[in-house]
Design a binder for this molecule. Structure first.
Ligand SMILES: NC(=O)c1ccc[n+]([C@@H]2O[C@H](COP(=O)([O-])OP(=O)(O)OC[C@H]3O[C@@H](n4cnc5c(N)ncnc54)[C@H](OP(=O)(O)O)[C@@H]3O)[C@@H](O)[C@H]2O)c1
Length: 268
């Protein structure tokens, strides 16, 4: 496990994604090093009772008490939050997870401040996040190392150019839904033949989990893994032939491009 620094981490907004991030960061840091703010007391109660972290109704207070501030509000709320905290940001590293909000936009409001933009994914809830992040003009090499440490505690993270963040988010952000769609329909076909729903869905989930583990732990490419399963004249090959006949490869590319187009549109 990577050594954690003792930097204090703040979260502005304590919704789904902030809670998921807190749940993994919390495992590696003392609760007193984490502070979260929200504009509603009832939203703070949940994170307070679950993680016993410090909470505040004041976003400025969260910034003042942090070295790294994760801004976890919806994209439409981020401008108000940035304007509100602008004067409190001195030496803090600002990390935005807002989808579609560009670093230059954040720097435009905050001025010459160290900014990092992260695209997390929902698997963060179980410590299996696949995230990407990009650095702003003023963020340093140390900031990048620090963010690697924080995000890797929740899964895996990659530094990429901001121009590729939309493509990354289609794979890792939308990916869980796409894979779940695929597995649902494989499982549902088994259910039609008589398998119990609970068994079919568990088999599908475990197949997906194991596939990911095999790829990562044995450092395989997807094609190599397909080759390991699909022996000549075997069962899997018959299924794969249908995927080819139905042009599923092209359909997947179409799906990717449609999601990418929407992601770019939302970021405008
Ligand atoms: N969910 C995902 O899978 C996902 C994936 C990648 C990136 N993201 C990004 O993560 C960010 C958060 O998404 P989410 O799904 O976690 O949203 P969410 O569940 O709605 O959380 C946002 C939280 O911020 C609070 N909030 C709103 N305005 C605030 C303010 N001025 N000060 C303090 N708190 C405020 C909201 O309270 P109220 O709602 O009660 O007003 C809510 O508790 C978004 O920018 C999204 O683009 C999400």
């Amino acid at each position: 496990m990577q050594k954690m620094s003792n930097k204090k981490i703040g979260f502005i907004g304590t919704g789904k994604m902030a809670t998921a991030l807190i749940s993994s960061i919390y495992k590696n840091r003392p609760a007193k090093e984490i502070i979260a703010s929200n504009h509603k007391e009832e939203n703070l109660k949940k994170v307070k009772s679950k993680y016993n972290i410090r909470t505040t109704l004041s976003n400025k207070e969260a910034v003042k008490n942090s070295d790294i501030v994760f801004i976890c509000v919806k994209p439409q709320d981020i401008d108000n939050v940035l304007k509100e905290i602008k004067n409190e940001v001195k030496n803090q590293l600002i990390v935005s997870i807002a989808a579609g909000v560009k670093i230059r936009h954040i720097e435009g409001i905050l001025g010459k401040k160290r900014v990092i933009r992260v695209m997390p994914n929902i698997n963060c809830l179980v410590g299996e996040m696949a995230a990407g992040f990009s650095k702003g003009k003023y963020a340093t090499k140390q900031d990048v190392d620090e963010i690697y440490r924080v995000l890797n505690a929740a899964g895996m993270a990659f530094l990429i150019g901001e121009d590729l963040i939309d493509s990354l988010s289609v794979i890792s952000g939308c990916g869980p839904a796409f894979f779940a769609y695929f597995m649902k329909h494989i499982a549902d076909s088994g259910i039609k033949k008589g398998l119990k729903k609970e068994i079919a869905y568990n088999l599908a989930a475990k197949a997906m989990l194991g596939t990911g583990k095999l790829l990562l732990e044995l450092n395989l490419t997807p094609s190599q893994l397909i080759g390991m399963v699909a022996s000549k004249k075997g069962v899997t090959v018959e299924g794969l032939k249908v995927l080819d006949k139905r042009k599923i490869k092209q359909t997947m590319e179409e799906m990717f491009n449609a999601a990418l187009k929407r992601s770019i549109e939302l970021g405008k």
